[in-house]
Design a protein around this ligand. Structure first.
Ligand code: SF4
Length: 308
């Protein structure tokens, strides 16, 4: 069995920044550090930070007054910020700057009274935070997932603007954006979509990897949107693919009859998970040499928030 490894994989600048924020807060505030929702959608990252003393909560009501609250990389709506202030919590915002950029667009649309359509997954933390930026008239905000939703959508005005979640499938989102533009010809929005560069580069890298492989294993948690999309892209390229938290999820049946296996990792998956997967596959008889596919990406980083 030959292992192929995508050079563009794993943690992105926004995820690294969010993890750094929690680690710095732990150094400064110790066990007073609370994180609203998973700071990034990866079980290993969250467990590691929990072991270091961070408290992960699903509601601000679980945080005692005067403690520190960190907002996750996916961002939160305005009412959450207001409630945290009301409760006297010290706020540290780890929202990815690329998500904040979309928040600003929705804020502006709200100020202008424009009707907003967000392409994204219902109930995903980022989408909840994005639509939570709109305060003008909540009935003027819609979430659509696909072309079907666009066709069924009932709007109230012709003053429309759209935005997208950052971690969607590039190819599927194009279809949804095309459907929006053809149904609502005057709709305003980004030239293509708001998917981030990390999402785009990792999906492109999977397409390259798929040219060499029969199976692609993607390291990432089941609730990680960008990781799930990577596995779906691999399948759409004709490969078998599984999303795995770590090597212990690999079942013998996954490897039956496979001689070329690819590995990638979602934007929230730590590199040691990839290394463990490679070690495991070698223990199952894979060649010692691993073939790396694609260009080595530039190492990007985002500045830390001012409030840490
Ligand atoms: S996947 Fe994109 S939007 Fe999400 S944290 Fe990474 S860079 Fe930011």
């Amino acid at each position: 069995m030959q292992i192929y490894l995508a050079n563009t994989r794993g943690m992105c600048a926004g995820v690294n920044r969010a993890i750094n924020v929690v680690e710095l807060a732990l150094q400064k505030y110790g066990s007073d550090t609370y994180v609203l929702h998973e700071v990034v959608h990866n079980k290993h990252v969250v467990n590691n930070l929990r072991d270091k003393g961070a408290h992960f909560v699903e509601s601000l009501d679980e945080i005692p007054q005067g403690k520190v609250v960190i907002f996750s990389a996916h961002g939160v709506g305005k009412c959450i910020v207001a409630k945290a202030k009301e409760r006297g919590l010290k706020i540290i915002d780890a929202t990815c700057p690329l998500v904040t950029r979309i928040h600003k667009k929705i804020n502006k649309a709200s100020d202008l009274g424009q009707e907003v359509i967000v392409i994204g997954h219902h109930g995903h933390q980022e989408v909840i935070g994005t639509i939570g930026q709109y305060t003008y008239d909540k009935s003027l905000v819609h979430v659509v997932e696909n072309v079907d939703d666009v066709n069924k959508l009932e709007v109230k005005t012709d003053n429309l603007v759209f935005a997208t979640q950052t971690t969607l499938s590039i190819d599927e989102t194009k279809k949804t954006v095309d459907a929006l533009r053809s149904r609502f010809v005057n709709i305003k929005g980004p030239q293509k979509d708001d998917t981030c560069f990390a999402t785009q580069l990792r999906q492109n890298a999977i397409k390259d990897l798929a040219k060499y492989c029969e199976l692609i294993l993607v390291a990432g948690s089941k609730n990680s949107s960008n990781s799930k999309r990577l596995s779906e892209v691999a399948i759409s390229c004709g490969c078998k693919s599984y999303l795995i938290d770590d090597y212990t999820d690999i079942q013998d049946s996954y490897l039956e009859g496979i001689s070329k296996v690819g590995i990638s990792a979602g934007a929230s998956a730590p590199e040691y998970i990839v290394e463990d997967i490679i070690t495991y596959l070698k223990s199952k008889g894979a060649n010692e040499n691993v073939i790396c596919i694609g260009e080595v990406p530039k190492n990007l980083s985002f500045a830390l928030p001012d409030d840490i």
